[in-house]
Design a protein around this ligand. Structure first.
Ligand code: CO
Length: 138
């Protein structure tokens, strides 16, 4: 049901400041341009690691869902894991029957495909994002 790890979400107060750190670790070419996802209340920047991406996320606006996380984790930190699935609706049904609890309805994610988050309480304390892969099995 769950496919490959697509990215690790990392919350930061400032993508502008974090970019330099990741450019030193992975090379400047690995750090993408940042862009806003107003519907989700975040600014996003992807870093290409050799086998997966790191998704830097910064609060966008006062009502950002990241505000509470950064209050509890003032230095930022690991926020979620994102796994690819071939069929999001089927994966949600499987996850629910395994005891997981989706947080709301699927919506458009940072890669332009549908995503849903699963509550960390039933996921061993880890906020999990399921992302419909653009091409199954890529
Ligand atoms: Co994500």
């Amino acid at each position: 049901m769950f496919g490959r790890l697509n990215h690790v979400g990392v919350a930061t107060r400032s993508i502008a400041e974090a970019r330099g750190h990741y450019a030193r670790l992975f090379g400047a070419a690995a750090v993408g341009e940042s862009f806003d996802l107003p519907a989700q209340g975040v600014r996003v920047c992807f870093v290409d690691a050799p086998n997966a991406q790191i998704e830097l996320i910064e609060p966008l606006g006062d009502a950002s869902p990241l505000a509470g996380f950064l209050e509890r984790n003032p230095a930022g930190g690991q926020h979620h894991l994102c796994f690819e699935v071939a069929d999001l609706d089927a994966a949600i049904r499987d996850a629910v029957s395994a005891g997981a609890r989706p947080l709301g309805e699927p919506r458009l994610g940072a890669h332009g495909t549908r995503v849903v988050f699963l509550h960390p309480r039933e996921m061993g304390g880890v906020l999990v994002e399921l992302m419909e892969a653009a091409h199954a099995g890529h």
